[in-house]
Design a binder for this molecule. Structure first.
Ligand code: HEM
Length: 150
């Protein structure tokens, strides 16, 4: 059973971090597009966040808690596991509470008089900050689970 939860864990952070990088590349590329095309790109980003990144982050935390049971029972938690857990949970909270809902709001925007609507810039800024912070926590967890093991 441990192998199964490890698989869920690895699939989860692949979807989360992979979807996060796809969001970043799509957002930067969309800057070069016209208003309608740029908003269409944000509709796709909304799907990436809702279908891949959100469920991936939830899967990471659920599988991580199950994988962590033996450590919690024994009370001896290696430093790299503690760091992975704290960073992973904080990152997943950022994804679920801010990044995915903001991407959903961006995905619903329509052009106003041929221009980007006013809310676009505010939401985009929020999305950049939330996704960067959440992604950084995800990477800290990844480094802890690999380089941090020594
Ligand atoms: C994006 C966030 C995360 C990443 C990238 C990540 C990465 C990894 C990796 C690569 C492993 C395999 C390590 C190994 O056994 O060689 C692992 C195992 C594990 N992870 Fe995470 N993890 C994340 C979040 C979490 C969270 C949030 C928790 C707990 C709430 C957690 C708990 C665990 C546990 C308990 C193991 C098994 C450790 C062992 O006994 O080998 N992880 N994780």
């Amino acid at each position: 059973m441990r192998g199964f939860w490890l698989l869920v864990h690895v699939l989860g952070f692949t979807l989360w971090l992979g979807g996060g990088i796809a969001t970043m590349v799509a957002g930067v590329t969309a800057k070069r597009l016209g208003t309608t095309e740029r908003l269409s790109a944000y509709r796709l980003i909304g799907v990436i966040q809702r279908v891949l990144v959100g469920p991936g982050a939830i899967a990471v935390v659920l599988s991580g808690i199950i994988l962590g049971q033996p450590y919690m029972r024994s009370g001896a938690m290696p430093g790299w596991v503690s760091l992975m857990m704290v960073a992973g949970i904080l990152g997943a909270l950022g994804v679920v509470a801010i990044s995915v809902p903001t991407a959903a709001k961006l995905a619903r925007l329509e052009p106003q008089g041929g221009q980007l609507p006013e809310a676009f810039h505010r939401l985009r800024k929020r999305q950049i900050i939330a996704a960067t912070v959440a992604g950084t926590f995800g990477l800290i967890a990844l480094f802890a689970a690999t380089l941090g093991r020594g």
